[in-house]
Design a binder for this molecule. Structure first.
Ligand code: 13P
Length: 252
């Protein structure tokens, strides 16, 4: 059965000392409180190795925010799945909407990134989600279905046991505007149906589908109470210790 997961995407925030302090404080809170949810944080690449050494992975897991689409070679600035695997990293965010928008990542590139992750036993947190104009036009189901299928039909089916999906409507990211729990549940159930239809009941039932987009300490409880929402991918609120631990505790 699928896990409950709360992941913090730190994006391009926190300096070295802040990152280590927040990571070690979260590790201690999780050790003391034993929450139901598995907790993952995604700091910038430069802190990954130090954080992997500073925390106990039985309590707190570490993810990269991206992964290269290429195996190795002349790709200045990229970090490969093999390199990440070699420092003991087990999770990576792939296809975040900020990378789709600012780095021009297409579904094809994202499919290659997922392929690299799977090849090196890294569990991808694969992000999908529609833009405001797509939701207003009523196209959100077809947009999300296309993103899911373009990336996943290209993978080996047995690798999908490692898959985590994050539904993040672009209009809700960093805006303070969340999807209502009903809107989020509706599309999470839809994604699970797409998984069921295309890849079978086992993949559908075992894939954790996280909601992302302005999750905070006040709204987490209601969002996480929906049957097809298995946790959250949290941006801004994951940078604040008090808020993030409340969000973790709300994911039961
Ligand atoms: P916010 O929680 O800041 O809206 O960010 C969500 C997100 O993009 C997580 O990946």
């Amino acid at each position: 059965m699928r896990n409950k997961i709360v992941a913090g995407n730190w994006k391009m925030n926190l300096n070295y000392e802040e990152a280590i302090q927040l990571g070690t404080n979260l590790n201690a809170w999780i050790a003391d409180n034993q929450p139901t949810a598995e907790v993952i944080i995604a700091p910038s690449f430069i802190y990954l190795q130090t954080l992997l050494e500073a925390v106990d992975e039985q309590y707190l897991k570490i993810a990269s925010q991206d992964i290269s689409a290429h195996a190795k070679g002349a790709y200045t600035g990229d970090v490969s799945a093999e390199q990440l695997d070699s420092i003991g990293l087990d999770f990576a965010i792939v296809g975040h909407s900020e990378r789709r928008d600012y780095q021009g990542e297409s579904d094809t590139i994202i499919a290659e990134k997922l392929k690299q992750a799977f090849k090196h036993q890294i569990n991808p947190i694969f992000c999908v989600g529609e833009k405001l104009e797509e939701r207003e036009a009523g196209d959100h189901f077809s947009v999300v279905k296309t993103q899911v299928l373009n990336a996943l039909t290209y993978q080996d089916k047995e690798d999908l046991s490692r898959l985590i999906i994050a539904y993040e409507p672009v209009w809700a990211i960093g805006t303070g505007k969340t999807a209502t729990p009903e809107q989020a549940q509706e599309i999470h159930a839809f994604i699970r149906k797409v998984l069921n239809d295309e890849f079978g009941v086992e993949v559908a039932n075992n894939t954790s589908i996280l909601y992302g987009g302005s999750v905070n300490a006040a709204n987490a409880d209601e969002i996480f109470s929906q049957p097809d929402i298995d946790g959250g991918l949290v941006g801004g609120a994951s940078l604040k210790y008090d808020d993030f631990v409340q969000i973790i505790a709300a994911c039961k």
